[in-house]
Ligand binder design. Structure first.
Ligand SMILES: [Fe+2]
Ligand SMILES: [Fe+2]
Length: 178
């Protein structure tokens, strides 16, 4: 539990200081098409940076491996949190939600459940999107005709045990160590 808390705190500090640079945009431009890029640009900057860091970590993990489709794996890293575009969370709001989820899970679920309706209050909506960003992102990607494995891993990335694939394992490792 303490390790997880420290990890979250490190993530928060990273998010506070992270911003996209030219090298990051170059990587994104190499892998995403126009439609995917349009979605990516709608993410808050700290989430864009997080996705780039995850994609780079995946790149590192698959270095020298021939059993992985590099393009698919890196795109998955870049797009896995795309469901957050509608949440419009600021860094401090995200930190508060993450802390509530960590310490007060029943309250987090209660508030998220109240945000299912698109017309519900903004604060409930933020909780809902935070909780369900995997499924929301998968729907967005499905509409773009995205690769099936990318869609499934995006949908289930908060529950990696539900989908046992190489791409899911890569994403789970890269998403938890950055
Ligand atoms: Fe996520
Ligand atoms: Fe993530």
């Amino acid at each position: 539990m303490i390790r997880r808390a420290l990890y979250r705190f490190r993530q928060f500090l990273f998010a506070m200081s992270a911003s996209m640079n030219d090298v990051d945009w170059h990587l994104v431009g190499r892998y995403l098409n126009i439609d995917e890029m349009a979605l990516f640009k709608r993410l808050p900057s700290f989430e864009q940076k997080h996705c780039v860091v995850v994609a780079e970590k995946i790149e590192e993990l698959i270095h020298g491996r021939h059993d992985v489709d590099e393009r698919k794996a890196i795109k998955l890293g870049l797009l896995h949190d795309i469901g957050k575009i509608e949440g419009h969370l600021l860094i401090f709001q995200k930190s508060i939600l993450t802390i509530i989820r960590f310490l007060l899970r029943p309250l987090y679920d209660f508030l998220a459940d109240r945000g299912e309706d698109k017309n519900s209050s903004r604060i409930f909506r933020k909780f809902y999107i935070h909780k369900h960003h995997g499924a929301i992102g998968a729907e967005l990607l499905e509409k773009l005709g995205e690769d099936r494995e990318i869609v499934i891993c995006t949908r289930l990335h908060d529950f990696p045990t539900k989908h046992d694939s190489m791409y899911m394992k890569l994403l789970a490792e890269a998403d938890s160590t950055n």
